[in-house]
Design a protein around this ligand. Structure first.
Ligand SMILES: CCCCCCCCCCCCCCC/C=C/C(=O)SCCNC(=O)CCNC(=O)[C@H](O)C(C)(C)COP(=O)(O)OP(=O)(O)OC[C@H]1O[C@@H](n2cnc3c(N)ncnc32)[C@H](O)[C@@H]1OP(=O)(O)O
Ligand SMILES: Cc1cc2nc3c(=O)[nH]c(=O)nc-3n(C[C@H](O)[C@H](O)[C@H](O)COP(=O)(O)OP(=O)(O)OC[C@H]3O[C@@H](n4cnc5c(N)ncnc54)[C@H](O)[C@@H]3O)c2cc1C
Length: 662
């Protein structure tokens, strides 16, 4: 982090007021002092590589140049990772330094994030031994090719076909229609030479559902598409410009039998199909990534909050009192209302991620012992938390951007790009509504079990408690609010269930009744997610090892999250819990008191995310607060400022002006 010598005086004053030790917060957020040290050490090593610095901002490059620059930097970054591993005999610590280097999305994201994990998770030990060393050392580069032009959400409807030919012991891959073309996979455009292709398996004319296959699609020397492969890039998007998303189609393209990833289902030499213990295990990589996305949401909320809070401390505009100098915009309560929820939410998502990671690890361990009891709970929880956190995080980033006024609209603030990247997660790895409806299936089953008095899984056991406790009076405490959200979820689950029953009594079949109740079902899933987020984050804060000074502030943040959402969803609470109008008025006042209480620590709290200037990549958010100087410095980098008179003056403007004289 930079020293404070050249710091903006407002930021110096803000840091002096902080009531807790920022380093303690950093160490708590990232796990330990050791973890902080190692992460910073690795970040230093990356940032020391001169070739990773951009000569001009990426926004001035063409689509093609931007991609090429992304690949260039991704390969250098990969060397730094490899060298670190060789020197320390372990992977680099978790870090976000790729953001300081690639800025947008790495063309290798899908290689590291899904190609390698799919081989590890879906391959037999022999398949892992064949492909993992090559993939991990980047002798081969891959992606995860599942989505097609015609189908993304409903993956049983995928049209890519893998037909088994027992004579040659090969699968023949085909994309028979335009809609069957793979569309979206990151890196597919021009980077990868391999992919995991998800395709419908046919043996002797019989369909056996979708399965993952490894296909080499480009020559390793020339990088030309292999015969029978049509591949390309899909063009510019809202973000993800350097992710190199692509399309892919096969025409009678043959791969050996051993290229079907066979940890779950298998195809024997003679074409016998052997079912796996659970066909949904084929969806395993998606579950893992959904868990990871909750962690990403914490990062993006922290990044946007750091930029907007620091900027708001430096920016002065208008007066609170006419007799006083222009106020820091951070002193306006409305500004605090916009920003502090982003700071609080980052902590909430972080705690939810750590909680989900534990659940994921436990279930993976159980699956390795052929125990699947907790898989449905993992799937349902990962679906709804991914759906709710990604949408909330996108809205928080946008609110932070708006809170920076006009300057938030500048690319150099890094808030527009951050919004584009954050909001993509609402769609990828399972579209929001579709995932919430998956959770709703689980909630309906849990509700039916609750009605029968059965024991429920931990994440839904509150449904049983709520059945018993619904008449207890409301309590205006954090624990009481958590219970309140559980009552809302309980009420919405019950209402959705009863709506389905109502339609069925009217003669509708279950599927139609489900569709007619689906707005309520989605809302029930959202309420369930909110109840989990509130409970998990409050418990994490209560059980944290923080010092009293830090603990006080973390509790304020957690309470801010609870009261913010109580006030946002007060209608639901009035409907489904025993909260009263008077309770809500008390909580409204409490919320405003919390904003005021957090205000002196706002800059300390975002410093506690420990995001370096290079990661923030923002004129508005740097540690030293030199906002106006950086805005001007960045503007001067515009190619239009590299010449006094642009040629368009002579070509167009002058002729136009002269014509106008005639
Ligand atoms: C912990 C460590 C974390 C480390 C993190 C690392 C992170 C790395 C980051 C990397 C970033 C990567 C960037 C990603 C870029 C984007 C990539 C992509 O988008 S890839 C494509 C993603 N596509 C999707 O997500 C598709 C969404 N659709 C589906 O998943 C499915 O079609 C569906 C689940 C919506 C429906 O499937 P279907 O087979 O039709 O099932 P049913 O609805 O009929 O349900 C039947 C039954 O199955 C259960 N089920 C469904 N899925 C699962 C599952 N994954 N696991 C367990 N069980 C599952 C479902 O609940 C039903 O159960 P039932 O008891 O019958 O109700
Ligand atoms: C930036 C980005 C990167 C991506 N990277 C990859 C990748 O690397 N590999 C890959 O394979 N894919 C990738 N994808 C694709 C992504 O996984 C899909 O776009 C996503 O799963 C959504 O599917 P869809 O586009 O078919 O949306 P659709 O399902 O067509 O959604 C359109 C609308 O229909 C609604 N809808 C659909 N089904 C239902 C239903 N059953 N009930 C109610 N409403 C429904 C949705 O709610 C939504 O409102 C990426 C996508 C993006 C945006």
């Amino acid at each position: 982090m930079s020293t404070e010598t050249k710091c903006n005086p407002d930021l110096v004053r803000e840091r002096a007021k902080c009531t807790f030790d920022v380093n303690e917060l950093i160490n708590l957020f990232y796990g330990s002092e050791k973890a902080t040290k190692e992460r910073r050490h690795f970040e230093d090593a990356v940032l020391a590589v001169k070739e990773l610095k951009d000569a001009i901002p990426e926004e001035y490059l063409s689509h093609k140049e931007r991609y090429e620059n992304g690949v260039r930097k991704a390969t250098i970054l990969r060397d730094v990772y490899r060298d670190y591993k060789a020197k320390h005999n372990r992977d680099p610590p978790p870090n976000q330094i790729t953001k300081a280097v690639i800025k947008d999305i790495s063309p290798f994201l899908l290689h590291n994030g899904m190609f390698v994990p799919t081989i590890a998770g879906q391959g037999t030990p022999e398949q892992q031994a064949e492909w993992l060393p090559k993939a991990e050392s980047m002798q081969i580069i891959g992606t995860y090719a599942q989505t097609e032009l015609g189908h993304g959400s409903f993956i049983r409807g995928l049209e890519t076909i893998a037909t088994y030919d027992p004579k040659t012991e090969e699968f023949v891959l085909n994309n028979p229609t335009l809609t069957s073309f793979k569309w979206w996979p990151g890196g597919l455009g021009s980077t990868v030479n391999h992919c995991v292709v998800v395709a419908q398996l046919y043996i002797n004319g019989k369909s056996h559902g979708i399965h993952p296959f490894i296909a080499q699609i480009r020559d390793l020397d020339t990088h030309k598409p292999l015969p029978g492969v049509k591949v390309g890039e899909i063009g510019p998007k809202m973000g993800f410009q350097t992710a190199n998303n692509g399309f892919l189609g096969f025409d009678n393209f043959r791969i050996p039998r051993k290229n079907m990833l066979m940890k779950n289902a298998q195809v024997l030499k003679d074409g016998t199909f052997v079912k796996g213990i659970n066909e949904k295990l084929t969806y395993g990589t998606m579950v893992m990534v959904r868990v990871g996305i909750v962690g990403d949401c914490s990062f993006y909320a922290a990044l946007a909050a750091t930029i907007a809070v620091r900027y708001s401390a430096v920016r002065h505009q208008s007066h609170i009192k006419a007799s006083e100098p222009e106020a820091q915009i951070l002193d306006y309560l409305t500004q605090q209302h916009k920003l502090f929820i982003a700071v609080a939410s980052s902590h909430v998502y972080r705690n939810a991620y750590l909680w989900m990671e534990k659940m994921y690890t436990n279930v993976m361990k159980e699956l390795s012992q052929d125990k699947q009891d907790n898989l449905p709970e993992l799937h349902a929880t990962a679906c709804c938390l991914k759906a709710v956190c990604s949408r909330d995080a996108g809205s928080l980033v946008e609110e932070c951007r708006l809170a920076c006024g006009g300057h938030g609209y500048m690319a150099s603030s890094n808030l527009p790009l951050t919004y584009g990247v954050t909001i993509a997660a609402v769609t990828y790895e399972g579209e929001r509504t579709v995932l919430l409806l998956q959770t709703a299936r689980y909630l309906m089953k849990a509700w039916m079990a609750a009605l029968k008095g059965k024991v429920l899984s931990p994440s839904v056991s509150y449904l049983l408690n709520s059945l018993k406790e619904s008449k207890k009076p409301w309590q205006n405490t954090p624990e009481g609010i958590v219970k309140g959200f559980q009552h809302v979820s309980f009420g919405k689950v019950k209402a959705a269930y009863e709506t389905i029953q109502k339609y069925m009594k009217q003669g509708k079949d279950y599927e139609d009744a489900w569709n007619l109740a689906s707005v309520q079902l989605v809302k029930a899933s959202e309420a369930h997610s909110r109840a989990i987020l509130c409970e998990v984050s409050w418990e994490a804060v209560c059980s944290s090892s923080a010092s009293p000074n830090l603990s006080r502030v973390l509790q304020q943040l957690a309470q801010l999250y609870l009261t913010y959402w109580t006030l946002e969803t007060s209608g639901d609470l009035l409907l489904y819990s025993n909260i009263t109008k008077d309770d809500l008025i008390i909580l409204r006042d409490k919320y405003e008191e919390l904003l005021v209480a957090i205000r002196p620590n706002a800059v300390g709290l975002v410093d506690g995310f420990d995001l370096r200037d290079e990661i923030l990549n923002s004129t508005l958010g740097s540690y030293d607060g030199r906002v106006y100087e950086r805005l001007m410095e960045e503007a001067l980098k515009s190619p239009l400022n590299q010449e006094t008179v642009n040629s368009s003056f002579h070509k167009y403007l002058k002729p136009m002006m002269e014509k106008a004289k005639l």
